[in-house]
Design a protein around this ligand. Sequence first.
Ligand code: KG4
Ligand code: ZN
Length: 364
Amino acid sequence: MLLAIETSCDETALAVFDVAAFLNGERRREAVLRAEIVSSQVALHQPYGGVVPELAAREHLLNLPPLVNGLFENARCTPADILGVAVTRGPGLNGCLLVGISFAKSFALGRKIPFLALHHLEAHLFAAELGDPIEQLEYPSLALLVSGGHTELILLESFRKYQVLARTRDDAVGEAFDKAATLLGLPYPGGPALAQCAEAGAPGAFEFPIGMSKDETAFSFSGVKTAVLREVQKLGERIGDEKVRGDMARAIEECFVSTLSEKTERALEKHRPKSLILTGGVAANTALRASLANIASAHKIPFRVPERRWCTDNAGMIGMLALRIIEQDNALAGHWRGQANESSLAEHQSIGSLPRWPIEHLHL
Ligand code: KG4
Ligand code: ZN
């Protein structure tokens, strides 16, 4: 088995994967992903309207030991069954990453088993494999990765070879959702609240500008934030009116969805990938899922989007990426097949966190 750990932001997430079964060709999800847990810290950070890094790190530290015990119970395994650990190395909040990495390293060192330190965004891409059955990504593929910290269009050229075609100049789209929601007086976390509010809104009541509309290498969302702020100030007390708020939420969501969709479609026409992937926390957004599904369908390529629980941060995606790495690495695969290979076990112990880690620098 493999223990997967994700603590890069405000979710303490763990999963246990049956590596041996996967290497033997098992692809039923429940047979490979044996147990999974995500402990959200939303309630802890709510009073501050955002994630407080020090509190998040402390919470991970308190959470991990009891969560691991519960996870092993659910997976009906013991620490002795774990033959390797995979953990998020970055990007993310440094204190949070360090808690996960230290935990993973200690566990691996104590048991003399391999330790894999992985890229959070690369793992978000592999969440798209976590269907039932588990299905390998096609290459080349185009991915729109949208979360609280990232907005990137990524071309997956081949296994672990990425080209970033576009990224945000300012706010990530998840962050823009959250900030706009705060301006509308919606509760934290704002993205899902704004999306829910938009469902009741009428189209066309407000209009917000699309940033960097001509530049195919950049997204920009900070202009929308300013425009929303102006509109809210203009409306004064009327922003408390549910109808007005719904209409405004609808316009904000439409602006974000059409910006993302337009650039994705342009990249698709230029690079002609074999499939379109949508992933990251904002991939949970219903309007965005529908829009990209339409684009993929118009271009007659498969659309791959994880189920919602694997869009936001989770450890399933970390384990899924680890499975693909193990599968391609003779020493690691041999280790899970019972062939001892001491040299590959100890080499990762000097690895530290990488809070800023562009995906282009994956192999540096
Ligand atoms: O991937 P994620 O869980 O964490 C990061 O790595 O950032 O993404 C969290 C982001 C937050 O900004 C949250 O507001 C946004 O995803 N989000 C949504 C929805 N669900 C989560 N945004 C819009 N609509 C949603 N339904
Ligand atoms: Zn994430």
